[in-house]
Design a binder for this molecule. Structure first.
Ligand code: SAH
Length: 350
């Protein structure tokens, strides 16, 4: 690591900001030593704000039916081989009840953009969840919807919304998505969600096709300016039935490096060590926490559907019961000196 890298890392630690050109240089200058220093600094910050606690969210994958055709995603409309399912309202409420008993106080409903989940249907599910579990936060991750729809869902009780921006570079966005999807609309959705009072999550895949240090620098600048409550990043992993089947996966090292950088840019951010990170390395999630992440999102979906929510190949935890996932993560977190807590896990502004 040269002196310039050191200076940039120091500046990021004290000012939580770099010019975009220096984010490029930081990314290009990554080596083991700079990664180690960033992880140390990020862990200090995580500990100062969140102590030894790691928040957990119960992820319920409610539908693998999707009207979109994102080039990277295994459940894209154009994948005729995808095995499609949709959970019923009763299935979803049953998963949440099971999760509640296991100590989850946040539920994330994620799915493809399935037309079945109209505002009426989804609002009904959200309000039933909030009525049954008033001490829980409900997070939605159901893609792009209209501002009116987001407003109705917010009124029904949704607290948080995850919508990865995917890339902050419009040209890059266009290479990852079909013509009918737009960068401007995705960004509009994030602004709408923020204005409607949601806690908002953005994020991107590490190592997605056509990603460069320049596009990543834009992602980091966007995070710096937008100050999301949550930020989901994980490695891109190819799915065999997509146009990106032969593209290389994102790496563990780059993902960990970026997790640390994001913690330094926005210290209180809720930053998950994702399932995709656990998929490319057996200790990926532990390493993610040690690099600065503070959230894990085990799967609460019913066993019968787990393998069908296949965004990418070789996804982990498709054969485990919810209780097993919870215990396994408990053990993994204790192994690195952290503990999973029974808590809604709201952002803590220092
Ligand atoms: N339909 C919702 C949920 C999408 S799935 C939405 O549009 O927000 C959640 C995230 O999984 C996506 O935002 C994407 O960043 C990630 N993802 C999709 N395909 C992936 C792949 N092949 N490898 C890694 N992550 C992927």
């Amino acid at each position: 690591m040269n002196g310039r890298m050191m200076k940039r890392i120091d500046r990021l630690t004290t000012q939580h900001s770099l010019p975009e050109s220096e984010y490029v240089e930081l990314i290009e200058g990554r080596d083991d030593e700079s990664a180690r220093l960033l992880a140390e600094r990020a862990s200090v910050l995580r500990r100062a704000i969140y102590g030894d606690t790691v928040f957990t969210r119960g992820l319920i994958e409610i539908s693998s039916i999707c009207r979109n055709d994102c080039l990277y995603c295994g459940i894209r409309r154009g994948n005729a081989h995808a095995d499609r399912y949709r959970l019923s309202r009763e299935d979803i409420l049953a998963c949440a009840a099971e999760g509640y008993a296991l100590g989850f106080r946040t539920f994330v409903l994620q799915g493809g953009e399935d037309p079945f989940f109209t505002d009426d249907v989804l609002c009904g599910i959200v309000s039933a969840l909030k009525a049954r579990h008033p001490d829980c936060a409900v997070t939605l991750s159901m893609g792009e919807r209209s501002r009116d729809s987001y407003r109705a869902l917010r009124h029904a009780g949704a607290d948080r919304y995850l919508l990865r921006h995917e890339t902050a570079d419009p040209g890059h966005y266009a290479r990852l998505h079909p013509k009918e999807m737009s960068f401007e609309h995705r960004m509009r959705c994030l602004q709408d969600l923020r204005e409607l009072g949601y806690q908002v999550g953005c994020g991107f895949m590490v190592g997605s096709p056509f990603q460069t240090p320049q596009t990543l620098a834009k992602d980091l600048k966007f995070i710096e300016v937008f100050q999301p409550d949550m930020c989901g990043i994980g490695p891109f992993i190819p799915h065999h039935d997509t146009p990106f089947r032969d593209e290389p996966a994102g790496t563990l090292e780059e993902t960990l490096f970026l997790l640390s950088v994001i913690r330094l840019i926005h210290p209180p951010v809720l930053l998950p060590a994702t399932t995709a990170l656990g998929t490319i390395d057996p200790q990926g999630r532990e390493k993610g926490i040690l690099a600065g992440a503070n959230v894990v999102m085990p799967n609460l979906s019913p066993m019968e559907v787990r393998s069908k929510y296949a965004l990418y190949d070789n996804k982990i935890c498709t054969d485990d019961e919810s209780a097993q996932c919870r215990q396994c993560l408990d053990r993994r977190m204790r192994g690195i000196g952290c503990r999973l807590v029974v808590d809604r896990g709201d952002i803590r502004h220092p």
